[in-house]
Design a protein around this ligand. Structure first.
Ligand code: ASP
Length: 335
């Protein structure tokens, strides 16, 4: 019999409230196999525990291990696809790492819950059910890794957590969902055309994500380069701009230490682009050696740099992964 594997990692979906607050429940992941509607889908549902941790405890190493584990599971011809349960806090990072690195194109859907097992209106069981339906949809192949919560299906590359508490927390700003789950129907509206695969044998864990601020003198950035980070994501303002002293720090780090500094933006829609030539503007930063991440969200760029550094540490090669369009000229098709 064909099967869907539910690989559990922990998160609120496997938590209960006690005197300390909401905490992982030792049988939490196991309860996922008790969801009644999973029994009538005509496929075997196999629940396997990968971990039972809150998602702020997720590490690059564990994400990478998860990716390797899923590829192993997907080699089994009887496995149609995998649902991963995870905490919502860092789900957008783990799912993106899976999207970039999984060799298999079989459907993988990540899900979670905002309300714990014992909470009124807990959203976990329905989210798991909708995710299994998504895996079973004939259109799910070639969609890349997806995130399914609250009846919406999002592309891992695009999705981000937007609300601290609401069940409608996941959104893909500037893109919208790939589709929806309505009753028992999975309806796809579109496909992500900006998806990439970067197949690697290893990843680089030491990548820092630093957010600039008004009055920043660049010392925190220089410190990150001194304490052994192999790559830095610098979240700037607007189009990808930073204060002047931060731009000087960037130049020093790139030119003297050959550490890639990737510019993202605290705006989560639109494209980072080297428009401004003033000290610290994007064009100035690029002249000083910085790389622009066209996709603006810092935590996505962090995951991507971890993967790209598993392939190359050459700054110009790294630039090609983050700036696919910036230096591309417009080619008019004739005829
Ligand atoms: N703090 C929890 C976690 O990410 C939140 C959740 O799962 O919704 O593990």
């Amino acid at each position: 019999m064909k099967k869907v594997v539910i690989l559990t990692t922990g998160g609120t979906i496997a938590m209960v409230k006690n005197e300390q607050g909401v905490v992982p429940y030792d049988k939490g992941n196991a309860l996922i196999s008790e969801i009644p509607s999973l029994k009538n889908l005509g496929v075997k549902i196999e629940v396997r525990e990968f971990s039972n941790i809150p998602s702020p405890h997720m590490t690059p190493q564990k994400m990478w291990e998860l990716s390797r584990t899923i590829d192993e599971i997907l080699k089994d011809n009887d496995v149609i696809g995998v649902v991963v349960t995870h905490g919502t806090d860092t789900l957008e990072e783990t799912s993106y790492l899976l999207d970039l690195t999984l060799k298999s194109e079989k459907p993988v859907v990540c899900t979670a819950a905002m309300r714990n097992i014992g909470e009124l209106g807990t959203d976990g069981p329905r989210n798991v059910y909708s995710s299994v339906l998504t895996v079973l949809s004939p259109q799910a192949n070639q969609m890349g890794v997806m995130v399914c919560l609250n009846d919406e299906i999002h592309a891992a590359r695009e999705v981000t957590k937007t609300y601290t508490s609401n069940v409608a927390t996941f959104d893909s700003p500037g893109y919208g969902p790939l589709g929806i789950v309505d009753e028992d129907n999975v309806i796809f509206f579109r496909k992500s055309l900006t998806r990439e695969k970067i197949l690697v044998d290893k990843i680089e864990e030491k990548v820092a994500l630093i957010k600039t601020f008004t009055g920043d003198d660049g010392k925190l950035l220089k410190y990150a380069a001194e304490i052994g980070y192999k790559g830095i994501i610098l979240e700037g303002f607007g189009r990808g701009n930073v204060p002047p002293l931060v731009a000087e720090a960037v130049e020093e780090i790139v030119k003297e230490k050959k550490i890639p500094v990737i510019i993202t933006s605290r705006c989560f829609k639109g494209r980072v682009y080297p428009v401004y030539g003033y000290a610290g503007g994007g064009a100035d930063l690029r002249k000083k050696g910085a790389i622009m991440s066209e996709h603006p969200i810092g935590q996505k760029a962090k995951i991507k740099l971890m993967v790209v550094l598993g392939k190359t540490s050459n700054l110009e090669e790294i630039r090609q992964y983050f700036e696919p369009n910036i230096s591309r000229r417009i080619i008019l098709h004739e005829g």
